[in-house]
Ligand binder design. Structure first.
Ligand code: MCA
Ligand code: AMP
Length: 496
């Protein structure tokens, strides 16, 4: 029998057992002017956990609200795997996720209108009701390897795959980050990340709750919210590079933002590379250095610059405790031994932080691992003599990181081909100061006399997939460049 999960949220358990104790009155979650203490979170999440306990799997309509945080905590208390859904997902993406993950019910904030793709599911409203006595309420004790969350993530081709994340991975990654960042229950985190991905949900909501600390969510990212919260006691900021870029752009005209950032204990960036230029601008204006950590939906967190280490722009720091990390040569199995800041290899990782499988995709799961259990990240890196990892690129050119979202070119090409005005389509990413990369569509129009406009194609992709997957630039071509085998040569797709 596999061992049982350790308690994911000890502070919540304590508040449940002793609703009048001091721990129960500590703040846990705040979204705008709505907030919950640990006692209130226990009161509202426990009955919901009891309500969903018999469900096989549940979907959560993951708006950036208090309800989403409560729903996910309830699912974890019940030991029922939860599938967070992007509320901006288009019809075909949502249809795929729902049929692939087959939830038995969907949790949503009261009053939210759900799209037809969820019509067949039983709906349970997430009622925030703090007047419940939860003393003596039991919680489930699933095995450490039991699935906690299924998070959908794009690959190079085809629709997104559901990464099955076990309870063990959540606990170990959050504890490893606590070690690296000296993250405690006294920390107050601020962020405005979406709650249907690892960064915003696991690190940004479950992280503070595991420590017994609190999080203030901005609803949507805005520098004014960052200024306000860091000036009013928040100690840490999490964001994707686009958010730090916007901060860097705002700083010259916003001394209050500079002052607020200067007093933060830790500014953390992740999900994509933070350009050195933005690092430097923030450091110059605030005297504070943003630190980077490197992770992936399938692996949760792998490396980080440590709070007690040297913050070095352009690196993602050192492997976290418990994470084995190696670089491999082209063959994908021979380890690179060099720590010379020059020899490039693919990052492979092993450890208790890893996902279990891609749901319903045994072949994709098998292909993701080496025979001896290393996960192939597809990220290319070098290591400095002191072990700092520097990511230098990605194996697959068909993966685009835009605004910190991973987007597969193939998924967008398939959507574009469904548009009647498109005969052929290829999608690439090109550098963008704000988004890191922007999505570019190269299309051969069905009728060259009236090619579809960029807005038309952007709306089409946003409606089918999600707005962040929409092309920002469209080029019209007479034909796509192909090799003798008929394969599109994406590297030839450049414009002057
Ligand atoms: C625009 N919009 C549209 C259309 N055009 N909607 C429908 N149809 C259209 N044609 C809407 C968008 O939905 C959005 O609405 C608004 O217009 C602006 O869109 P956009 O310009 O794309 O977004 P933005 O406001 O500039 O967003 C930038 C952002 C965002 C806030 C940085 O990209 C973001 O939240 N990124 C975070 C990604 C992330 O969390 N990644 C983690 C995964 P509205 O304004 O209402 O939203 S990676 C991960 O988890 C791993 C483990 C890791 O390492 O972290
Ligand atoms: P996702 O699959 O959306 O979880 O994105 C994971 C990918 O984001 C990784 O494989 C990396 O390519 C990228 N990534 C995450 N954090 C960083 C970082 N700090 N620097 C560079 N790339 C990053």
């Amino acid at each position: 029998m596999s061992p049982l999960s350790p308690d994911l949220f000890p502070a919540l358990t304590e508040a449940q057992a002793d609703p009048d104790g001091p721990g129960a009155h500590r703040p846990a979650l705040r979204f705008g002017d709505r907030s919950l203490t640990y006692g209130e979170l226990a009161a509202t999440a426990s009955p919901l956990a009891a309500r969903v306990a018999e469900a096989g799997r549940i979907a959560v309509w993951a708006t950036p609200t208090l309800e989403t945080a409560v729903a996910v905590v309830a699912a974890l208390l019940a030991g029922v795997p939860a599938v967070p859904l992007n509320p901006k997902s288009g019809e075909s993406e949502l249809g795929h996720i729902v049929s692939d993950s087959a939830p038995t019910l969907v949790l949503a904030a009261p009053g939210t209108q759900l799209p037809p793709a969820l019509g067949a599911l039983e709906r349970v409203d997430i009622d925030i009701n703090v007047d419940v006595d939860v003393r003596g309420t039991g919680t489930a004790s699933p095995a450490v390897g039991a699935p906690a969350l299924i998070v959908y993530t794009s690959g190079t081709t085809g629709p997104p795959k559901g990464a099955v994340i076990p309870r063990r991975a959540i606990a170990t990654t959050l504890d490893a980050l606590a070690d690296a960042w000296q993250w405690t229950g006294d920390d107050v985190l601020v962020h405005g990340l979406p709650l249907f991905h690892v960064h915003g949900l696991i690190l940004g909501i479950l992280g503070p709750l595991r420590r017994g600390g609190s999080v203030r969510h901005l609803g949507r990212f805005e520098t004014a919210g960052v200024t306000r919260e860091l000036s009013e006691g928040a100690t840490m900021l999490f964001g994707v590079p686009t958010m730090y870029h916007r901060i860097a752009e705002t700083l010259p005209d916003d001394p209050a933002l500079a002052k607020a950032l200067a007093r933060a204990r830790l500014l953390v960036s992740g999900s994509a590379a933070l350009p050195v230029h933005d690092h430097e601008r923030i450091a110059e204006a605030t005297g504070r250095r943003v630190i980077e950590r490197y992770g992936m939906t399938e692996t949760l967190m792998n490396t980080s610059v440590r709070a007690d280490g040297e913050p070095r722009a352009g690196t993602v720091g050192v492997p976290l405790p418990g994470v084995e990390l190696r670089l491999t040569e082209e063959d994908g199995t021979t380890a690179v031994e060099a720590y010379d800041g020059e020899t490039v290899g693919e990052i492979q990782v092993r450890g208790p932080n890893l996902f279990t499988e891609y749901l319903n995709r045994p072949e994709a799961t098998a292909a993701a691992f080496t025979e001896d259990g290393w996960f192939r990240t597809g990220d290319m890196a070098v290591r400095d003599p002191d072990g700092y990892v520097r990511i230098v690129g990605r194996k697959a050119t068909d993966l685009i990181k835009s605004g910190g979202y991973k987007i597969g070119a193939g998924e967008i090409e398939n959507a574009l081909l469904e548009h009647p005005g498109v005969r052929e389509a290829a999608v690439t990413g090109e550098p963008d100061a704000d988004l890191g990369e922007r999505i570019v569509a190269w299309i051969v129009p069905a009728d060259p006399q009236s090619p579809p406009t960029v807005d038309e194609l952007a709306d089409h992709v946003a409606r089918r997939l999600a707005p962040h997957k929409r092309p920002r630039v469209v080029h019209h071509l007479d034909a796509l460049p192909r090799n003798d085998m008929g394969k599109i040569m994406k590297r030839a797709l450049t414009h002057d």
